[in-house]
Ligand binder design. Structure first.
Ligand code: NAD
Length: 368
């Protein structure tokens, strides 16, 4: 493997369409910047099931473990809805996350000025917003034991268990502090230490990690319910928010929608550092395979393009190039280009997936 190895898994539905636009940017880096990625492409999801009878072949899993970063499009579609649970397209994605032990899920909420009117909040509350939610992804109440539905006397009882070890909290806290150092240098940790012992431990461990190794980063704590309120009231007060699996699930969805369309939202999931010092990493748009628009050239490729920008920043230490890609996206939006999901203003004709990708590449050219 070379230094910049990337496994691309376009997946199903609009996955291959949006990934084709990222390939244009990867090619641009090769021809215009002399940055060559060692790209391998493979199957995941329904298309892998069609070919191999499994949504993620063992060989593909092995490749994912060996590369510097994995970039995934989307999986799923109505054709696969009636498959057995064990071979559903989503199982391929879950296997990747589990076997790569991707414990930190990064969900940025970034509002491009040109799209501030799309938010359900007032323009001045969201314009220029740039926050990052770090959600613990592999532990907590979605995994804790005991769990199940049990008989208790004459009725049933449903049980899930919130459980966090110190080391699980410590590693996600470290991920958040490291990220903050590459951004606005502020972390707000959210839990419910007022009513949950796991929250008390969470607050203690985050505080200890901070004092020991990250005293240069500004740290604050907030109860997660108050945090939800503050996210709607004045989200720009935050830089990095670190929280557990359940609260992160809710808070990251709420924060994401501050910024408008699903077609705009990237994500990253990071694991432990590899021998290279880089974290194991999977980058993917938040949206699914959008079967309702697949094959029509209507998909917005920006979420996938911004996921690639995250890979540049967090896997390849190319923060300035990540800025360049994000600025190119900002420019095409400021120029008025809109895919169909971003329509709202009168008199705007939507551009196709390919036209949006070409415009981003042209904006990259203009940045040189
Ligand atoms: P979805 O995200 O695919 O689509 C929801 C709505 O948003 C649709 O109207 C769609 O057209 C629109 N949309 C999504 N991405 C868009 C884009 N880039 N540009 C323009 N419009 C976009 O969610 P869904 O409809 O609930 O699920 C469809 C399939 O995707 C299901 O099989 C589901 O299981 C799967 N899914 C996969 C992932 C993933 O791969 N990570 C995530 C969510 C859903």
């Amino acid at each position: 493997m070379t230094n910049l190895s990337l496994l691309i898994l376009p997946g199903d539905g609009i996955g291959p369409e949006v990934m084709a636009e990222v390939r244009k940017i990867i090619d641009w880096y090769g021809t215009k910047r002399g940055v060559t990625f060692d790209v391998t492409e493979d199957l995941v999801g329904g298309c892998a099931y069609d070919k191999y009878g499994t949504p993620l072949h063992d060989d593909t899993m092995a490749k994912a473990q060996a590369v510097d970063a994995v970039l995934l499009g989307a999986v799923g579609g109505p054709k696969y809805d009636n498959l057995d649970f064990s071979v559903k397209p989503e199982r391929g994605l879950l296997r990747l996350r589990k076997e790569m032990d991707l414990f930190a899920n990064l969900r940025p909420a970034q509002c491009f000025d040109a799209l501030a009117d799309f938010s359900s909040l007032k323009k001045d509350v969201v314009a220029g917003l740039d926050i990052m939610i770090v959600r613990e992804l592999t532990s907590g109440i979605y995994f804790g034991e005991p769990r199940g539905i049990f008989k208790e006397g004459n009725e049933r009882v449903g049980i899930n268990t919130q459980r966090y070890t110190e080391s699980e909290i410590e590693r996600v806290a470290r991920a958040a502090f490291e990220l903050a150092r590459k951004r606005g240098n502020k972390v707000c940790s959210m839990e419910k230490a007022n009513v949950m012992e796991s929250g008390i431990l969470w607050r203690e461990v985050v505080t200890e990690v901070h004092a020991k190794d990250y005293a240069d980063v500004e740290l604050s704590h907030m109860y997660a319910d108050a945090g939800a309120m503050q996210l709607c009231r004045w989200p720009k007060q935050f830089d990095v928010i670190v929280t557990d699996n359940l609260f992160g699930d809710l808070l990251s969805d709420a924060a994401a929608m501050l910024t408008g369309s699903l077609g705009m939202l990237p994500s990253a999931s990071l694991g432990a550092p590899m021998a290279s010092g880089r974290p194991k990493a999977l980058y993917e748009p938040v949206h699914g395979s959008a079967p309702d628009i697949a094959g029509q050239g209507k998909a917005n490729p920006i979420a996938c393009v911004l996921s690639f920008a995250m890979a540049l920043r967090y896997s390849f230490d190319m923060g300035a190039e990540a800025d360049r890609v994000e600025k190119a996206v900002e420019k095409v939006l400021a120029d008025g280009l809109r895919t169909a999901d971003l329509l709202g203003e009168e008199g705007v004709t939507p551009v196709s997936t390919g036209e949006m990708g070409d415009a981003i590449v042209a904006a990259l050219d203009a940045s040189l």
